[in-house]
Design a binder for this molecule. Structure first.
Ligand code: PLP
Length: 581
C-alpha cells in the first residue's frame, strides 16, 4: 500500500499503514503507532523526533557524494558540515555530533550562541567549523581558543571582518562571496548581488591592499545561494560561477584555497512531484553529481568539497502530531442540496472557465440579494444552503470534466487561469487542532511553506470532508489548508485514491503554482481521539517558533534505536497544560 506524496527517499521506508488503518512508523522491525504514543499520555499533540532518520539522511548524503566521487574519479575529500541554524535543538546536534564521528561531520555556525553550543564538544574528536555572519572580539576570542584542537575557518565578508581578523593570526580565513547567478524557490533572495551576505569581488583589491595577509590565509571559498534551491539549471549556474571565481582567485594569489564550500541549498522533497514549482527538479544523487562533475570539468585544482546542507538532513526527523478538538462548517453548511435550478445549470456546463463564471455570478447575486432585502432567518438559512450547493456542484462537475479525457483535460487545465482553478476546490469543514501554527510550523506563516498532512487513523476509510486546519491562536493567519488532497465523493475508496484525485491533478499542472484549499479528513466520531500529523517539520521550525498568544512549546516524544532496542522518551510534558484536550 502506498500513500500519495509518501513515496520518496524517506517516507516510503519509514511509514506504513497497519491493518486497522493507522499510520505506523517502522524502525528496525518495530512498528510504532504514533497516535497511540500521544493518546496513551492524553496529550494534545507532540513533536515526535525520530533520531534514526537523521542518521539515515547523513548516510544518504555521504553515500551520494562518494558515488559521485567514484563516478567522476574525483580525488578531493568530502567535508560535510551541519549548519546549526537549521536546528540547534541539543538532542539533534548531539545526534549529528555522535553519528558524525565516522564521517568527521563538522559544523557551520553564524552566531556567538551557536559557537558556544558547539564549543562543548571541543575536547572530543576534532572537526571542521566554518563560521560566517557578523563577528566581534568575543566571538573571535572563543574561536581562537578552539582552534588548537579544531580546524576553524572564519569567513571574511567585509572590510570590518578583515580589520577584526587581522588581530587573530591563528584563525584560518574563508572568503564568502556573493554569486550573481540567481537561485530559485522560496529563499532565492539569498542569491544575487543584492543578497544580504557575502563579499563583493570589487572590494577585494582595497581589502588586500590594506590587509596583504588575506590571500595567504584564505583556505576556503564560500557561497550560499539560499536554502531549498528548486531548479537544477539555476543550481548548475551557481556551481559554475563559483568554480570560475575559485580559478580566478587561485590565479591571483589565493593559492592556499583548499576548500570550496557551496553552502546549503540541497532541496528537501516537501512535495514529491518533480514538475511542481515548489519542489526540486533534481534528486540528492543528481545534486552531488552536478557539484563533482563541474569541479572535474572546470576546476584548476582539486579542492575538497564542503557541504553545508542542513534542511535535507533534519527536515524529516520531526513529525508534528496534533489532536482535533472541534470541527465547524467552513463557510456555510456541510452539505448542500441538489434540487436547485442553479445546481442543474452547473451540471450542464461543460467548460471549466464558464463553470467558475456561472457559480461566481450566482454567488454574487445571492450576496446582493441578502444585502438588498431584509430577509428573515429562514430565508438566510436557505441562501446559505444554496451557496454550499453551488460549491459542491462545481467541484464535482470539475472532477467529472477533468477525468473524462486525460490529455485533453490537461491541455484545458494548462490554458485555464490560476484564479479560476483555485475556485474549483472548496473546503467544507474547519478542523480546530490543539496547537499553534505560529509556534509549531512558523514557515507556513512566514514563507507559505508546504508541509504534508496526513490523518493518523481511519486510513482505510474514505474521508468525508475537505477540511481546513485551524489552530488555537486568535489570529486568522493561524489556518492551514494548502497541501491540498482532495477525494471526490463518487469513487470507491482505496488508500491510493486518498491523495490522487482532482487536487492532485490541479496541483501538479506543469508550470502552475496553485493555492488550493482542502485536506481530505474524516469527521471525528463522538469520543474519538482524532489526530493529524504534519510531516517534515524538523528543519528551522524549532528555531523560528513564535510565542503568539503565549502558545509555545509542545510535548516531545523522542524515538531512538539503541543497540537494536527501541527507546521512547517523553519530554516537556508540562507544556501540554497550555493546550485544550
Ligand atoms: N549555509 C548557510 C551559510 C546558510 O545561510 C544556510 C541556510 O540558509 C545553510 C547553510 C543551510 O542551507 P539549507 O537550508 O539549504 O540546508
Amino acid at each position: 500500500r502506498r500513500l500519495y506524496g509518501l513515496t520518496g527517499v524517506v517516507w516510503s521506508k519509514y511509514l506504513d499503514i497497519d491493518e486497522r488503518g493507522r499510520l505506523i512508523v517502522k524502525l528496525k522491525g518495530y512498528k510504532i503507532d504514533i497516535a497511540k504514543l500521544v493518546s496513551d499520555k492524553q496529550l494534545p499533540g507532540a513533536h515526535i523526533r525520530i533520531l534514526p532518520i537523521i542518521r539515515y539522511m547523513m548516510d544518504q548524503v555521504y553515500e551520494a557524494f562518494m558515488e559521485a566521487f567514484r563516478k567522476f574519479g574525483y580525488k578531493g575529500a568530502f567535508k560535510p558540515v551541519y549548519p546549526l541554524k537549521s536546528n540547534s535543538t541539543p538532542i539533534v546536534v548531539d545526534t549529528i555530533w555522535r553519528y558524525g564521528i565516522k564521517y568527521s561531520w563538522g559544523f557551520n555556525a553564524g552566531t556567538y550562541p551557536e559557537v558556544k553550543l558547539i564549543s562543548k564538544y571541543i575536547n572530543e574528536k576534532p572537526r571542521l567549523l566554518v563560521v560566517d555572519g557578523i563577528k566581534d572580539n568575543k566571538l573571535l576570542d572563543l574561536l581562537s581558543k578552539m582552534c588548537d584542537s579544531w580546524e576553524i575557518i572564519v569567513d571574511i565578508e567585509s572590510m570590518r571582518d578583515a580589520d577584526l581578523l587581522s588581530k587573530y593570526q591563528d584563525l584560518n580565513i574563508g572568503l564568502r562571496v556573493k554569486v550573481t547567478s540567481k537561485s530559485s524557490g522560496l529563499w532565492s533572495h539569498s542569491s544575487g548581488l543584492d543578497s544580504k551576505f557575502g563579499l563583493l569581488i570589487n572590494t577585494l583589491d582595497e581589502m588586500v591592499e590594506k590587509h596583504p595577509w588575506v590571500p595567504n590565509r584564505t583556505v576556503l571559498l564560500h557561497v550560499h545561494a539560499g536554502s531549498q534551491i528548486t531548479d537544477k539549471n539555476r543550481l548548475e549556474d551557481i556551481i559554475r560561477e563559483t568554480i570560475i571565481l575559485y580559478n580566478n582567485l587561485v590565479k591571483t594569489g589565493f593559492k592556499n584555497i583548499r576548500y570550496i564550500d557551496f553552502g546549503g541549498g540541497l532541496a528537501y522533497p516537501y512535495i514529491e512531484a518533480s514538475n511542481h514549482v515548489f519542489s526540486a527538479n533534481y534528486s540528492l544523487n543528481e545534486y552531488a553529481e552536478i557539484l563533482v562533475k563541474e569541479l572535474v570539468k572546470s576546476a584548476e585544482n582539486t579542492p575538497d568539497i564542503v557541504f553545508e546542507g542542513g534542511r535535507y538532513i533534519v527536515a524529516p526527523h520531526r513529525i508534528t502530531v496534533t489532536k482535533i478538538i472541534d470541527t465547524r462548517p467552513y463557510s456555510t453548511s456541510d452539505r448542500g442540496e441538489t434540487s436547485y435550478p442553479i445546481v442543474e445549470e452547473i451540471k450542464n456546463t461543460e467548460n471549466i472557465k464558464e463553470l467558475v463564471y456561472v457559480s461566481r455570478k450566482a454567488r454574487e447575486v445571492i450576496t446582493r440579494l441578502m444585502l438588498k432585502f431584509p430577509i428573515n432567518i429562514e430565508s438566510r438559512r436557505i441562501l446559505e444552503k444554496l451557496l454550499t450547493s453551488i460549491n459542491e456542484a462545481i467541484t464535482s462537475k470539475a472532477y467529472e470534466i477533468i477525468h473524462r479525457d486525460n490529455d485533453k483535460a490537461l491541455e484545458e487545465l494548462i490554458k485555464t487561469p490560476n484564479y479560476v482553478l483555485e475556485e474549483l476546490v472548496s473546503p467544507t469543514r474547519r478542523f480546530f487542532a490543539s496547537f499553534s501554527l505560529f509556534s509549531h510550523l512558523p514557515d507556513t506563516i512566514i514563507a507559505d511553506q508546504y508541509f504534508k498532512i496526513i490523518p493518523l487513523q481511519r486510513l482505510n476509510e474514505k474521508p468525508e470532508v475537505l477540511g481546513v486546519i485551524s489552530d488555537l491562536t486568535c489570529d486568522s493567519m493561524g489556518e492551514y489548508s494548502s497541501f491540498i488532497t482532495f477525494l471526490p465523493n463518487n469513487i470507491e475508496y482505496e488508500t491510493e485514491d486518498l491523495f490522487t484525485s482532482l487536487d492532485h491533478k490541479l496541483m501538479f499542472i506543469p508550470g502552475k503554482t496553485l493555492r488550493l484549499k482542502g485536506v481530505p479528513l474524516h469527521i471525528p466520531r463522538k469520543n474519538e481521539d482524532y489526530y493529524i500529523a504534519f510531516l517534515d517539520t524538523g528543519a528551522y521550525q524549532d528555531m523560528l517558533s513564535m510565542n503568539h498568544n503565549l502558545l509555545n512549546g509542545y510535548p516531545e516524544i523522542i524515538i531512538d534505536i539503541i543497540n537494536d532496542n527501541l527507546k521512547i522518551i517523553y519530554e516537556n510534558l508540562e507544556s501540554a497544560e497550555n493546550y485544550p484536550l
